[in-house]
Ligand binder design. Structure first.
Ligand SMILES: [Mg+2]
Length: 444
C-alpha cells in the first residue's frame, strides 16, 4: 500500500518535506514543501526548471515534475520537523529517461523480469576537513599508517556516534565504524539492501554526513582524492543476486549449491554469479566513466603508492579471492566486491551500471577470465593481457562511448545526455590554465 505523506507528517510531527531528486552529476536538488501542500505534491510532483540542473535540458523544455516516492521517506533525525523524500522525474506525463533514479528503476525491472534481484552494500568513505576544505580537521591525525587508529577515531567520536545513532534509529543496521587508511578519513558500514534502497540510503548518508559534520564545525567530503599523497575515498560495492526482492529473498543466486555447480565453481560463485562477474569485467573500463566520474577520480585509481604503502584502489581489470589489491575481490561464497567506484559516483548510476553490466554478462554467458591470486601492487607486472583502467576522465568517456552494449543497456537518452555533459566538463577542465603548465613550460 502506498504510504500517505500527509498522514505520515501528522503522525510524526513533520512540518516540511524536502522533495529531492539527483541529477546526472550526482547533485541532490530539493524543494522544501510545507505539509499543507504535500498531498497535492504527492500526486502531481514538485515543479522544477530541469535545465537549471545537470539533466541536459534547455530553457525551452516544459516544467519537470519531481514526484516523491513515499517508500523512500526519511524523517531527518537531526531535524525531525523535516522529512526527505526521493523523487522520480517526470516531464510531459512521462518519466525522464535520463534521470538517474529512473535509469536504475528501469534496470531493476529488467533484472526482475529475468528472475534476478540485485542486492548491494556500499562503503562510502569520507574525510572530515576544516570548514574551508583546506586541511584535515584533526591536527594530531598525522600517523603514517593511520588505519583503524583508536585515538584518532575517538577524537571524532561525537560526529561518528551521532551519524551511527541516526542510522540505528532509521533501522539501517549499522555495524561498524572506523578510521580509514588516510589521515582524516573514516568509514561507516550498514547492512546491504535492494539496489534502490541502497541508492536512496547512499544519497541520504552523504546528505546526513555533510549535515552532521557542518553542525560540529567540520566539512565532510566524499571527493575521490581530496588530499594529495593520501589514500582516496572509495565506494566499494558488495554485490549478490537473489531470487526475490526485499525480505522475500530466500536464495542467493550467486551462491553454489551442492546439487548444482559446486564442482565447477570458483570460490563459491555459482555459474550465474560467474557470468555476472564476467559482465562486470567486460564492461569495467567503460563503466569507469560512471563509477569514477570526475577529473579527480583518476588521481585515486592509477595512483602512486600513498604514505601508508597502498593506494587501496585498482589500476587494472583483474579479480581474485580474498585479496584487496584487485578490482574485484571474492571475499566469500555468494558475493563479490567491486572496488573500483569512488566517492564521487552517483548513487543511482552506480547501482544501475552494476546491474546493466552484470545482466549483459549473464545474457552472453561471459567468462570473467583468469583469477590472479597475487599482490597486484607488488606483482602487477606479471599479469599479461589484463586491460588497464582508463588513465583519465577523457579515456573513460571514450571507452564508455565505444561500448555500444553498455550504452544501450543504460539507455540511449541517458548515455547521450551523460556523454554530452561530461565532455563539456572535460573541455572546461582542459581549458583551465594551471600553475603546473607555467612551472614546466615557462622556460622551455
Ligand atoms: Mg574502506
Amino acid at each position: 500500500m502506498t504510504k500517505d505523506l500527509a498522514a505520515f507528517a501528522k503522525e510524526k510531527g513533520v512540518k516540511y518535506f524536502m522533495i529531492s531528486y539527483t541529477d546526472l552529476f550526482g547533485g541532490q536538488r530539493a524543494k522544501l514543501v510545507p505539509t499543507q501542500a504535500i498531498a497535492d505534491m504527492q500526486d502531481e510532483g514538485a515543479g522544477f526548471a530541469g535545465f537549471a540542473t545537470w539533466l541536459d535540458f534547455t530553457p525551452a523544455h516544459p516544467d519537470m515534475l519531481a514526484v516523491p516516492d513515499p517508500n523512500s521517506v526519511i524523517q531527518l533525525p537531526w531535524k525531525p520537523e523535516v522529512a526527505w523524500v526521493a523523487a522520480n522525474c517526470v516531464m510531459d506525463g512521462k518519466y525522464v529517461a535520463q534521470a538517474p533514479r529512473n535509469v536504475l528503476r528501469r534496470l531493476i525491472d529488467q533484472a526482475a523480469a529475468d528472475g534476478m534481484h540485485v542486492k548491494t552494500g556500499i562503503e562510502a568513505e569520507f574525510f572530515l576537513l576544516s570548514p574551508d576544505g583546506s586541511q584535515i580537521s584533526d591536527e594530531y591525525d598525522t600517523a603514517s599508517k593511520p588505519c583503524y587508529d583508536q585515538q584518532a577515531v575517538m577524537r571524532r567520536y561525537d560526529v561518528i556516534k551521532e551519524i551511527c545513532d541516526y542510522m540505528l534509529e532509521l533501522g539501517w543496521g549499522p555495524y561498524q565504524n572506523d578510521h580509514e587508511d588516510a589521515n582524516g578519513q573514516f568509514e561507516m558500514n550498514w547492512e546491504f539492501d535492494d539496489t534502490l534502497a541502497t541508492a536512496d540510503k547512499h544519497s541520504f548518508f552523504k546528505f546526513m554526513t555533510k549535515s552532521v559534520a557542518e553542525k560540529h564545525g567540520f566539512r565532510a567530503t566524499f571527493m575521490p582524492k581530496p588530499v594529495e599523497g593520501l589514500t582516496g575515498n572509495g565506494c566499494h560495492a558488495h554485490i549478490s543476486v537473489w531470487d526475490a526482492p526485499g525480505s522475500k529473498a530466500k536464495t542467493n543466486v550467486f551462491a553454489t549449491t551442492p546439487s548444482t555447480d559446486s564442482q565447477t565453481s570458483e570460490l563459491g560463485l555459482s555459474e550465474k554469479g560467474r557470468h555476472f562477474l564476467g559482465g562486470i569485467m567486460k564492461h569495467a573500463s567503460a563503466f569507469a566513466a560512471i563509477t569514477n566520474p570526475t577529473v579527480n577520480s583518476y588521481k585515486r585509481i592509477n595512483a602512486p603508492r600513498t604514505m601508508s604503502g597502498a593506494t587501496w584502489a585498482p589500476n587494472s581489470v583483474t579479480w581474485t579471492g580474498n585479496n584487496r589489491t584487485h578490482m574485484v575481490r571474492v571475499p566469500g561464497p555468494g558475493r563479490f566486491e567491486l572496488r573500483l567506484a569512488d566517492g564521487a559516483t552517483n548513487p543511482y548510476l552506480l547501482q544501475a551500471v552494476i546491474i546493466a553490466a552484470g545482466l549483459s554478462g549473464v545474457k552472453s554467458e561471459a567468462d570473467p577470465g583468469k583469477r590472479y591470486d597475487i599482490d597486484m601492487y607488488a606483482q602487477g607486472h606479471m599479469v599479461r593481457g589484463a586491460p588497464k583502467l582508463p588513465l583519465n576522465m577523457l579515456d573513460a568517456l571514450r571507452a564508455y562511448d565505444k561500448d555500444k552494449g553498455l550504452k544501450e543497456a543504460m539507455g540511449k537518452e541517458f548515455s547521450e545526455a551523460y556523454l554530452k555533459l561530461k565532455m563539456e566538463e572535460w573541455n572546461s577542465f582542459v581549458s583551465h590554465f594551471s600553475s603546473w603548465e607555467k612551472e614546466n613550460t615557462l622556460d622551455i
